[in-house]
Design a protein around this ligand. Structure first.
Ligand code: GAR
Length: 192
């Protein structure tokens, strides 16, 4: 069985969508894949409760307990590797990862970003799309490389930006599409 390890920092709705897809589409039988663990850098991440409710192993590694980014990333990789992952999935994991960490998981580290990359890397993507007068926005699933929010694109979804949109209403519209494309991209990647 191939293991997926999902990293979160907050709500975990993408993680929940992936877990749901794995169950509903019977990834274990069809792809030989299971979500083995959910790891958060925040003990109070809501997604941890969701994972526990599904009997998925959870781990917390608080980045504030480490003196440097590299020290945290080394400990994080050691924790992840206990699950021998075929794929490490960043799902709202709000930490920049060091080049050594990214290199260690080359080709098996994915991220979802709430914009139509290569537009709007970084933070506040929805407000920036509105401010720029974009008529469309969306989300991108990509392989992670050393540069932030750059890396081969695996899947994208497009939504309209409506005249009355706020960052919050646009984020909600984009997020509902994220829940479709992230499971789809993972299933595609692991069925190759
Ligand atoms: C999602 O919108 C995801 O695209 C974004 O954080 C949210 C997490 O939601 N990720 C980033 O901004 C990464 N740069 P979730 O915790 O409910 O899945």
């Amino acid at each position: 069985m191939k293991n997926i390890v999902i990293l979160i920092s907050g709500g975990g709705s993408n993680m929940a969508a992936i877990v749901r897809a794995a169950q509903q589409q019977d990834w274990a039988q069809r792809l030989g894949v299971r979500v083995a663990a959910v790891i958060s850098n925040k003990a109070d991440a809501k997604g941890l409760e969701l994972a526990r409710a599904q009997c998925i192993a959870t781990e917390v590694l608080d980045h504030k307990q480490f003196a440097s980014r590299e020290a945290f990333d080394t400990a994080l990789a050691a924790l992840i590797d206990q699950y021998d992952p075929a794929l490490v999935v960043l799902a709202g994991f709000m930490r920049i990862l060091s080049p050594g960490f990214v290199a260690h998981y080359e080709g098996r580290l994915t991220n979802i970003h709430p914009s139509l990359l290569p537009a709007f890397t970084g933070l506040h993507t929805h407000q920036r799309a509105i401010d720029a007068g974009c008529k469309f926005a969306g989300a991108t699933v990509h392989l992670v490389t050393a540069e932030l929010d750059v890396g081969p694109i695996l899947d994208q979804a497009v939504v309209p930006v409506l005249p009355q949109d706020t960052a919050d209403t646009l984020a909600a519209r984009v997020l509902s599409q994220e829940h479709l494309i992230y499971p789809r991209a993972i299933a595609n990647l692991l069925s190759k």
